[in-house]
Ligand binder design. Structure first.
Ligand code: ADP
Length: 625
């Protein structure tokens, strides 16, 4: 139940995360939009100020160029007016030769001064001679009394005026100076310069330049369509003045609607709504050339500033979005990590709980096992005790089996002893001590032999005290054969045995191993009881770490079906009183205790072979020589 609630909580958590990051992204978008909207006008204003600085630089260059030209041209009419032939012509206005001479001199002067026109007016404003005398639209014979520069010069000053040439139709700047003779003004010299070259220069620049007069009428600009346009509405007096001086063609003086706002630092923002063209924004810098009565304005389009501001805001917005995206990704990853950590913590807790549970189970199982081990040990002890008792019983049984043979073994020497003793007595009676001594010696030898047999039997019958240690195989076999000697002799069996040339040390205990060999010999004798000329072969072989004692007989072999139960306790094929069925079972356990094996099989020809395999031990006295 707990697991189910966990798994249902996790997807809910995962589903909530994308919503949260989506909201964050939307918020970031809104924020970026607001920041862009708020910051755009300021950034645009910054770039406009930048443009204003550029405009100011252009303006100062433009004004410098204009004032330089004005100052250069201003003294020229006065210089020309000092020529004596002009005064002479004013005195003799009908002197045709003089007119020709002055005309030509004025033409050359105009050429050398790069002036548009140089001409001489009499006191009434009538043109007596002009540099353009050859041209169709020559000034000669025309009156310019209406021009302010004429009246200014007549007043004795420097006349200056800007106007559209009434004859030439060319815009120009006019300078005029009086011709004086005897302190009297007799005429006026006027010099006209065109302004096209300035406009040409401005056109090449990035900014738009416009020069307006004090009435606000634009008379110079690289924008031709703005020529004679009025930046502010003209008053009736202004219109009358223009008309009287024939300064500009009034029909062309149309308004150029201009909205202005301050930008700071002396700069202005102009929006020009010229009918027929789209409205255009400019950063404007204006300065006045006071002596000429001109306002010079440099206009720089606000387009690039807007463009730059837009780019900057776009980059800023993009960066903000990228940042927001990065933050969102970071938050998302963090949330995922936290979720993962939480899941891991939960999993760890679960694991720990399981480990605790498993540990408890294991502890219980361990306690149970320990209990079982104790019980097994007790059972094993009990078993060993029983086994030892059985071994003893088995041995006693073997002794019992041997009793007939033993009694024969003892009776025969006893009978011999008796006859030797009787013989000795007879020899003593007959005073033949030598023969008597020989018989006594035989008696002694026979008693030694009987003592030997009884010693072996005693050793075999006693309970084994030896621990598992190393033991030499040959003495064990020798002692076993000695114990069985009486039975072997009684059964008239032939023992074929060649003791090993070198001592073979094996893991085991002398008495117990002897009991195993006695059992095997005893079984072989039992098996060959009905066999004629029985042969029992003992062979010791050593291969590597193992030594093998094989006991073969010429009996009928292991009974069919008995192979599997041969080593079971109480399995016997011998009739009542024949055997307990314990010999092989006990032998098997003894050999197993020594870490060895005991196996049985029938041989090719006839008879059984029992193989006792034991682990070899190193010779404690070193290899024999
Ligand atoms: P027991 O000798 O008292 O019968 P053992 O455990 O020594 O008990 O032997 C069990 C049985 O194994 C024997 O009854 C016999 O059938 C069989 N057996 C043992 N040794 C031989 C042998 N050398 N040849 C044939 N059968 C044998």
């Amino acid at each position: 139940m707990a697991d189910a609630s966990h798994s249902s909580a996790r997807p809910r958590l995962a589903a909530r995360r994308p919503i949260r990051s989506g909201t964050a992204l939307a918020l970031a978008l809104c924020l970026a939009g607001i920041v862009a909207l708020v910051s755009f006008p300021r950034i645009e204003r910054f770039f406009q100020r930048d443009a204003a600085e550029q405009a100011a630089a252009t303006l100062s260059l433009t004004v410098e160029g204009l004032t330089g030209a004005l100052n250069r041209y201003a003294p020229l009419p006065a210089l020309v007016a000092e020529r004596p032939e002009l005064a002479q012509l004013l005195r003799e206005p009908t002197n045709a030769a003089l007119i020709d001479q002055v005309n030509e001199s004025l033409r050359q002067t105009a050429y050398s001064l790069s002036a548009s026109d140089v001409y001489l007016l009499d006191i009434s404003g009538h043109t007596l001679a002009a540099s353009n005398y050859r041209k169709t639209l020559s000034f000669v014979g025309r009156s310019f009394a209406y021009r302010p520069y004429f009246t200014q010069a007549l007043d004795g000053g420097l006349g200056r005026f800007f106007a559209l040439g009434t004859t030439s139709g060319e815009r120009g700047y006019f300078y005029a100076a009086p011709v004086e003779e005897d302190q009297r003004i007799t005429g006026v010299v006027a010099v006209k310069f065109t302004v096209d070259s300035f406009e040409e220069t401005w056109r090449a620049g990035p900014a738009t330049v416009l020069v307006s007069d004090l009435r606000g009428v634009v008379f110079m600009s690289d924008r031709e369509d703005w020529h004679f346009r009025a930046l502010r509405p003209l008053t009736p007096q202004a219109r009358a003045g223009i008309e009287a001086a024939r300064q500009y063609p009034l029909s062309e003086v149309t308004p150029l609607p201009t909205e202005r706002s301050a930008l700071g630092g002396g700069a202005e923002l102009w929006t020009i709504e010229d009918p027929g063209t789209p409205s255009a924004g400019y950063v404007a810098q204006t300065t006045r050339i006071a002596e000429a009565g001109w306002d010079v304005t440099v206009l720089v389009s606000t387009g690039p500033a807007r463009q730059q501001a837009l780019q900057m805001v776009a980059i800023g917005t993009l960066l903000t979005l990228l940042l927001a995206l990065a933050v969102t990704i970071y938050l998302q990853r963090r949330a995922q990590q936290l979720a993962l950590m939480a899941a891991q913590t939960a999993a760890r807790a679960e694991l720990e709980a399981r480990v605790i549970q498993r540990t408890t189970d294991l502890n219980e199982a361990n306690a149970q096992l320990q209990q079982e081990v104790v019980e097994r040990r007790q059972a094993e002890q009990q078993l060993r005790k029983t086994q030892a008792e059985l071994v003893q019983a088995g041995k006693l049984a073997a002794l019992g089996q041997m009793s007939a043979a033993l009694s024969h073994e003892f009776n025969q020497p006893l009978a011999a002893v008796k006859s030797y003793a009787e013989n000795a007595a007879t020899f003593l009676e007959r005073d033949r001590p030598q023969e008597a001594r020989e018989n006594v010696g035989r008696i002694s030898a026979l008693t030694d032999r009987m003592a030997e047999i009884s010693k072996h039997l005693r050793n075999f019958a006693r309970r084994p005290q030896d621990a598992v240690d190393r033991v030499q195989l040959a003495p064990v076999i020798h002692d076993a054969l000695a114990v069985m000697q009486a039975r072997i002799k009684h059964a008239e069996a032939e023992i074929r045995y060649t003791p090993p040339a070198a001592p073979v040390w094996v893991r085991g205990g002398h008495v117990r191993l002897q009991q195993v060999v006695v059992n095997l010999l005893s079984n072989a004798l039992d098996a060959t009881a009905e066999t004629e000329a029985p042969v029992i072969t003992l062979e010791v072989t050593q291969s590597g770490e193992q030594a093998v004692l094989s006991v073969c007989d010429t009996g009928p072999g292991i009974a069919p079906g008995a192979e599997e139960t041969l080593f079971d306790p109480f399995f016997t094929t011998k009739g009542p009183g024949g055997g307990l069925g314990l010999g092989l079972s006990i032998s098997y356990n003894i050999v197993r205790d020594f870490g060895g094996t005991l196996s049985a099989h029938n041989r090719e020809g006839s008879g059984a072979e029992f193989r006792l395999t034991l682990a070899c031990c190193p010779d404690p006295e070193g290899p024999s020589t």
